[in-house]
Design a protein around this ligand. Structure first.
Ligand code: SF4
Length: 897
């Protein structure tokens, strides 16, 4: 059979952020897992576009690092043994210590079907609500805000609203990097309508400011002051929609009193937020002028000890002006994870029950119990993420089953989470990756299917349910999460309730529960997909993307909620809430004078288990960094490019200093992605304070007092090699995936006396006769450069210096794509840079086309390129996903690098 005949086309969904882009995958060789991906032109979330992460999916589906077989205490076992063991141990712990001694910690990476089975097993049959999810870290405050305002966890609008808006307000959201396809849609909307105003509210000047008409770099945590001020000012100007409020809302009196008291006028707001009065006035004036306003918010709002109040302060302004339930307007929470919304649908948070029902209504508990025919219905809320791991440490929880997530990296005070798991009686980890910081502590490892193997559904930020379809068979003995839990449930004696044989069967039950006693003529609950409960296997397989609710015979779904202005509160009115500004719990002080803000970078996802496999994604930002304002850098004697110790009361890490006036003074930013698997001291979670929002339980990941100190080791170095190495006794070591090589950034407190010897020992001359070395060593100056050449090709090279003055790594990396070095390349090898006439692209800027900074700078200078479009025509950069366009603009303005 020809290769072409074997090619199979599969429509599926991207596994990364909450935009939920449709992907068309051409499976060119299922056995070798060779695929080509492009955006699905028919998917309404992205209309054919993919960002750099989505475009690189093909580089992340290999079997490297996969967990392929069940293991107990590091020993391979059969599935039967593993499942029996988990069922027996869970049963025994429940029998001895009660159901609340067991917990599940799950993930927005799970499919809805996986989530549903986990939630049902724990809440209906084991008898505890101790199931929480890493979505707690992402959008729990938005859930609270929605429920307090609307009586339900409803995102009112849809992405199409960006096309109709006159004003888009982005609050605490680096959309350009974290939700790139939404950002592209906003950019397009602005090109189509130059009158569209975009306001970015963020302490940092991020790439998102590239499309902003106004950037409000407010003081961290002061969002409630700003939106209370807006509400009070609109009232003072007589610009509120009282007719709307009288007909459809309640709570205005208390809300406006609180707003006036805390933010009585523009000068007070400006002072509280650290903004100029003219900028505040401009924002307020635009908000007043443009009825069609969408307020988009994300982790910058949610990850706060007052995150829930921030959300309600934003929603208040929409309710008071009637800006909801119509095209081009509404508050819009965008989720970080691919299936954070699906998790909320099934009840994957410890304070939810199922299908948007809750523990605060006994009728809900009764209803769900009857529907499931539950044998041990949990009757009270469970432990939220931070409390859950605290309970593990205190032995109130004795068994924890962690699925598709890595809490030893991502939770705050992460070293305490590690200590909790080290002491826990039973730690079960289901994951597709063999070695993670969390899986390293597991007693039982269960191999789960990954993206490209999974079969089920996810729901994106605009309530759109899409199918993830398999491209390949699961490797080794990997199995879907829903299957694994179903098998354990059967062994625990719940076979009848867990008789599913396919994900479609799980989905049908989930859909039926959403419509159970949810009268279509007087719907009590917003989440209702009962219209999909009759899908047979084929119809489920062919399910097109659809926005819930989906009821009755109408399977087209619901793009926009609240068009009828009937909310899900008892009196069907939306609620304005009285909210007051509160300072973050831990203020900076003399010992820890700076505020640590954490977040994502453009080309990595979570703990890098997948995106870290892609050379082009790893090329953009290779190491953990700390962004510092120039004045703070001067104050703490930190220079750009050098290594810095970032320290808080909870822990410390090492990161490379990036000095930038885009960073606000008094704050530093560190990305969240690095783990103990790829760095010695790169886990920012170890520093983050474990304070949470009192209502939502979401950690305050954007505000931890820290100090930065230059770390001046005895030596700096880097190593490029074709083999993975175990490098011990080096204080700073970060592993980075390159194209046919691995790169290690290194630094140490004491330098070896004999570098050539150290290099030879590390690079293990297994076949001495076959390798030749070229070296340069200056012991007194502390410099060493050495390369090991095998068969005419460079096999590894090590560069060491007493300071950070080392060659650029990008050109050296290209030598690993050669089977044989040319004479010129050999001559230039130890110089670390190309000789005359040889090209050096420089660090990657455009990940899609692999265009480097030097190439761009050269083309801009030599060819007179003066626009992003001109760069695109010349080099393709910026023409695919568009994620690099803000950096291209910086280069055009001469501000980069
Ligand atoms: Fe995936 Fe990027 Fe789309 Fe997010 S924006 S779903 S990461 S392609």
């Amino acid at each position: 059979m020809s290769a072409a005949a074997q090619t199979r086309t599969v429509r599926t969904t991207c596994p990364y952020c909450g935009v939920g882009c449709g992907v068309v995958a051409e499976v060119e060789n299922a056995e070798q897992r060779v695929i080509a991906v492009q955006g699905d032109p028919d998917h309404p979330a992205n209309f054919g576009r993919l960002c750099s992460k989505g475009s690189a999916l093909g580089e992340t589906v290999g079997l490297e690092k996969r967990l392929l077989h069940p293991e107990i205490c590091d020993r391979r076992v059969s599935w039967d043994d593993a499942l029996d063991h988990v069922a027996d141990r869970l049963g025994a712990i429940v029998a001895e210590h009660g159901p609340d001694s067991v917990a599940f910690y799950v993930s927005g990476q799970l499919l809805t079907e996986d989530y549903y089975v986990a939630n049902k097993l724990l809440k209906g049959f084991i008898g505890t609500a101790n199931i929480d999810t890493n979505s707690r870290l992402c959008m729990a405050s938005s859930v609270v805000g929605h429920k307090r305002a609307f009586g339900s966890d409803t995102v009112p609008g849809c992405y199409e609203d960006f096309d109709h808006a006159e004003l888009i307000v982005l609050v605490g959201s680096n959309t350009a990097w974290c939700h790139p396809i939404i950002f592209q849609r906003m950019r397009k909307a602005k090109e189509a309508n130059p009158d569209l105003k975009i306001v970015v509210i963020d302490p940092r000047r991020t790439a998102t400011c590239d499309i902003a008409d106004l950037h409000l770099a407010l003081r961290p945590g002061s969002d409630v002051s700003l939106f209370n001020g807006l509400l009070a000012w609109l009232a003072q100007q007589g610009l509120l929609d009282f007719e709307f409020m009288e007909s459809h809302t309640e709570g205005f009196g208390a809300a406006i009193r609180a707003a006036r008291e805390s933010a009585p006028g523009i000068p007070a707001v400006a002072a509280a937020c650290g903004l100029s009065e003219s900028d505040v006035s401009q924002f307020f004036a635009w908000f007043a002028k443009h009825n069609k306003t969408v307020s988009v918010y994300s982790q910058g709002v949610n990850q706060s000890s007052s995150g829930s109040d921030k959300v309600n302060s934003i929603i208040n302004c929409h309710l008071a002006t009637g800006r909801i339930g119509a095209p081009g307007m509404g508050p819009f929470s965008v989720t970080g994870q691919p299936n954070a919304m699906g998790g909320r649908e099934v009840g994957g948070l410890a304070n939810q029950l199922a299908a948007h029902m809750d523990y605060n209504d006994p009728a809900d508990i009764d209803r769900v119990g009857r529907f499931w025919n539950a044998s041990a219905m949990a009757d009270h809320e469970g432990l939220k993420a931070v409390d859950l791991f605290e309970a593990v440490l205190e032995e109130r929880v004795r068994a924890v089953w962690i699925m598709a997530t890595n809490p030893v990296v991502s939770l705050p005070d992460a070293d305490r989470v590690r200590a909790a798991l080290q002491a826990c009686e039973l730690v079960v980890v289901s994951d597709c990756i063999r070695e993670t910081d969390t899986a390293d502590l597991a007693h039982v490892r269960l191999p789960a299917s990954g993206w490209g193997e999974k079969d089920g559904t996810v729901t994106n930020s605009e309530r759109r349910i899409s199918r993830q379809r398999p491209l390949f068979a699961a490797p080794g003995e990997a199995r879907p999460d829903w299957w694994i839990m179903t098998q354990v449930a059967r062994r625990m004696g719940f076979a009848e309730a867990f008789s599913y044989e396919t994900p479609a069967a799980v989905f049908r039950e989930h859909a039926a529960l959403s419509g159970f006693e949810n009268d279509p003529d007087h719907r009590l609950r917003d989440f209702d997909i009962s219209g999909l409960s009759g899908l047979d296997e084929n119809a489920y397989d062919a399910l097109e993307p659809v926005q819930w609710p989906v009821t009755g015979d109408d399977t087209l779904g619901t793009p926009r909620m609240f068009e009828d202005h009937l909310y899900f509160t008892p009196n069907r009115r939306a609620r304005l809430l009285a909210v007051e500004p509160r300072d973050p719990v831990h203020a900076p002080d003399a010992e820890y004078p700076l505020v640590l803000n954490t977040g994502r970078i453009r080309d990595q996802w979570h703990t890098m288990t997948r995106t870290g496999l892609s050379p082009r994604l790893s090329a953009h930002i290779p190491e953990p960094f700390v962004a510092v304002h120039p004045q703070d850098a001067a104050r703490f004697a930190v220079s750009g490019g050098e290594l810095v110790r970032v320290r808080s009361r909870w822990g410390s890490m090492l990161a490379r200093a990036e000095i930038s006036d885009a960073q606000d003074r008094g704050s530093v930013f560190v990305p969240m992605h690095w783990t103990a698997q790829n760095s010695t001291l790169g886990r920012v979670g170890a520093l983050v304070n474990p304070v949470t929002d009192p209502v939502s339980g979401q950690p305050e990941s954007k505000h931890t007092p820290v100090i930065i100190e230059p770390w001046r080791p005895a030596w700096h170095g880097f190593l490029l090699t074709r083999r993975r190495l175990a490098i011990a006794d080096v204080e700073y070591c970060v592993e980075i995936t390159g194209d046919r090589f691995l790169r290690y950034e290194l630094a140490g407190d004491s330098a070896p006396a004999d570098w050539p010897r150290w290099a030879r020992k590390l690079l293990c001359d297994a076949e001495p006769g076959k390798a030749e070395w070229v070296d340069y060593s200056d012991t007194r100056a502390g410099r060493y450069r050495g390369a090991r050449i095998v068969g005419g090709a460079v096999e590894s090279c090590l560069f060491v210096a007493p300071d950070i003055g080392l060659p650029d790594r990008s050109w050296l990396g290209t030598l690993f794509s050669r089977d044989t070095l040319s004479d010129a390349e050999r001559m230039s090898l130890l110089a670390g840079k190309p000789g005359r006439g040889m090209e050096d692209a420089g660090p990657v800027v455009c990940a899609c086309f692999g265009v480097g900074r030097h190439t761009l700078e050269k083309a801009i200078a030599e060819q007179g390129l003066n626009s992003v479009e001109a760069i695109g025509s010349c080099l393709n950069a910026g023409t695919n996903c568009g994620s690099c366009i803000p950096e291209l603009r910086e280069l055009l303005a001469g501000r980069s690098g």
